[in-house]
Design a protein around this ligand. Structure first.
Ligand SMILES: Cc1cc2nc3c(=O)[nH]c(=O)nc-3n(C[C@H](O)[C@H](O)[C@H](O)COP(=O)(O)OP(=O)(O)OC[C@H]3O[C@@H](n4cnc5c(N)ncnc54)[C@H](O)[C@@H]3O)c2cc1C
Length: 585
């Protein structure tokens, strides 16, 4: 039975609306609530909050906890991060990250995260790629799960925070003084507008534009695309991180901690090939370098091939670590290998290849997480936090374990910011929101009734094939030109979609279609940004421009919507102490 949903549409007023309940969104909610106990806060999540992608974070969170014991310093953490970013990170943001990360690890300790400890009782830190010393705190290989569980418990105890589970945001509205989000309650199909003074986007990355990815199905970049359509600009979206060790054939992540614990990468000749690419760091070189090394091995005939999927791979060998290390430090990796491909890593090497894992780019934000437009002005009342907010700490290549610190550090910063932004919402703003909501309601009805030519699943497959083929680890002008043209075609076809399920209760066909419309917009943006950057830097590696070119390209790519097309601009990279130098490991 079709319901005339405009009749039942709810208008819910809050002071702070947080879109996303991952580590970024939840930490923002806790800090906003602490800074202003009277603020009414809504957290909206298209999933049950505890299914947010952050639960799958494995290896750990970076932060200098014991400088004396580990011979570490904030300065060294900053240097590693900036060098790892191939000098594209904004150094003032990196300095803020490294200064505050240790405090956030202690904050999670107080929330109840069971960090691994040594026999003296101090929190253990493990080595991670591109880090000079061990500085990654961890809870076995289930760090994200434990962090999310403690955050969820805490958020539930806050009387001024409401969680809207399984509410899918389809549009962001902005009026003079208000911001609003149009949502579908997936369980009932009912529409709501949640509006208020401040909106924080914490919807994660968009690696699901690729075919093979380590990320959850939900990682479709919705909030980035919605804000982009509401006037926000995008930054550095061409930099997509390919994690070197995704399990073949299913793409599930084999955490970098497996190499941190001493795992080897081997080619078909049983050779530790990393000696040719990063002789000092070997398997603990940054991810962009290892991914290129693996693809080079494969391209030069030293890989292996999975018969069923046709995917080529190399080996990650953990056998020499022994049962005790594998069972104590990497229990989930063992379980994943046994349960999904029937391989016990204590006895056999693991087949791995690079897969899309993290998006360094996203919403263009300033150092306080405020979203910017293409002129670098604030987009009023809008913030970005977590993976979706490009505050530029990761630059062209993120170091593993720096994302959870970024989510936590900026959760606190943005929580404080929004607690200072509560203001009156006038009647005229509410009236305008009502008009915008009716238009959105009509758009959704139209989508459901349209007899379009394509299903979302056909076009999504086409998009993923294009991304995998033309915008993978190595890129070049000729291929990317083809890729951009194909993405343009898919974009055009996406106006002609057919939704076959017309019902309202958990209409996953409608949800998938809305997600795809966000994905294709971002895939096109990645294509345009990558095509235009004529150099190799971090994860953007071009065979036709193999060198980094600081003279021409030490700058951020900024994109904004212009009609149905894209406007492109560039902005300066903030250098504070570390002048760009050759990146050697
Ligand atoms: C397998 C894996 C392991 C990782 N391990 C580590 C690690 O050990 N250390 C590290 O630093 N980093 C790690 N990362 C990266 C890190 O986990 C992520 O960058 C981080 O968890 C992202 O958190 P987030 O809060 O930004 O978003 P997410 O956790 O992705 O949450 C996004 C939220 O947005 C909501 N949402 C999205 N779209 C909508 C919509 N349309 N309407 C309503 N709600 C919406 C979702 O429901 C969800 O609540 C890993 C990544 C992967 C893929």
């Amino acid at each position: 039975m079709l319901i005339d949903r405009i009749d039942v549409m709810r208008f819910l007023k809050y002071d702070v609306i947080i879109l996303g309940s991952g580590i970024g969104g939840f930490t923002t909610a806790i800090h906003a609530s602490n800074f202003d106990k009277k603020a009414k806060i809504a957290v909206i999540s298209k999933l049950h909050a505890m299914r947010s992608h952050s639960v799958s974070a494995e290896g750990g969170i970076s932060g200098v906890l014991y400088p004396q014991i580990n011979k570490d310093s904030e300065k060294l953490h900053a240097y590693d991060t900036i060098k790892g970013s191939d000098y594209l990170s904004d150094q003032d943001a990196v300095e803020l990250l490294v200064k505050n990360a240790p405090k956030e690890i202690v904050f999670f300790e107080h929330l109840g995260v069971p960090w691994n400890r040594n026999e003296k009782g101090i929190i253990q830190e493990r080595p991670f790629g591109g880090m000079s010393v061990p500085r990654t705190a961890f809870a076995a290989d289930k760090t994200g799960f434990f962090m999310m569980r403690s955050l969820y418990d805490q958020v539930q105890s806050l009387p001024n925070v409401d969680i809207f589970h399984e509410h899918f945001a389809t549009r962001i509205f902005r009026t003079k003084d208000a911001v609003g989000v149009f949502t579908i309650d997936l369980a009932t199909g009912k529409h709501s507008v949640v509006y208020g003074s401040s909106l924080v986007i914490g919807t994660g990355g968009f690696s699901r534009i690729y075919k093979i990815t380590t990320t959850a199905h939900s990682t479709t970049g919705d909030g980035i695309a919605l804000a982009y359509n509401a006037g926000a600009s995008l930054k550095d979206v061409e930099f997509v991180q390919f994690h070197p060790t995704a399990l073949v054939p299913n793409g599930i992540l084999i955490t970098e901690a497996a190499r941190g614990e001493g795992g080897y990468l081997l080619n078909k000749d049983n050779e530790r090939f990393m000696k040719r690419y990063a002789s000092s760091k070997m398997e603990l070189a940054p991810r962009d370098i290892i991914s290129r090394a693996i693809i080079t091995e494969i391209n030069e005939g030293r890989g292996m091939k999975d018969k069923d999927s046709g995917l080529e791979y190399v080996y990650l060998d953990l056998r020499h670590l022994g049962k005790e290390v594998i069972n104590k430090r990497l229990p989930m990796i063992k379980e994943i290998c046994i349960k999904t491909i029937g391989l016990n890593p204590e006895e056999e090497p693991i087949p791995v290849r690079p897969a899309a894992h993290f998006t360094m780019g996203g919403l263009n934000t300033d150092i306080n997480g405020r979203v910017l437009d293409i002129e670098l002005n604030h987009v009023s009342n809008l913030w970005g936090v977590g993976e979706c907010g490009c505050v530029s700490v990761h630059g062209a290549n993120r170091l593993g374990s720096n994302s959870l610190s970024q989510c936590s550090v900026w959760g606190r910063i943005v929580g404080k910011e929004v607690s200072n932004n509560t203001h009156e919402i006038k009647n005229e703003d509410v009236k305008e929101l009502e008009v915008l909501a009716e238009a959105e309601d009509s758009r959704l009805k139209e989508m459901l009734s349209k007899k379009g030519m394509y299903t979302v699943y056909e076009l999504q497959d086409e998009m993923k094939d294009v991304m995998e083929k033309y915008f993978y680890v190595y890129r070049n002008e000729k291929e990317m030109k083809k890729g951009v043209a194909l993405l343009e075609k898919i974009l055009k076809k996406s106006a002609n979609l057919r939704i076959e399920d017309k019902t309202h209760i958990f209409n996953t066909n409608l949800r998938d279609t809305l997600e795809f419309l966000n994905q294709i917009e971002l895939a096109y943006a990645v294509g345009v940004a990558a095509y235009n950057r004529k150099e190799s830097r971090g994860a953007h590696s071009r065979t036709d421009h193999p060198k980094r070119d600081d003279k021409a390209w030490l700058k951020h790519t900024i994109l904004a919507k212009e009609g149905s097309g894209i406007k492109i601009s560039y902005s300066d990279v903030k250098i504070t102490k570390w002048e760009p130098e050759e990146r050697k490991y």
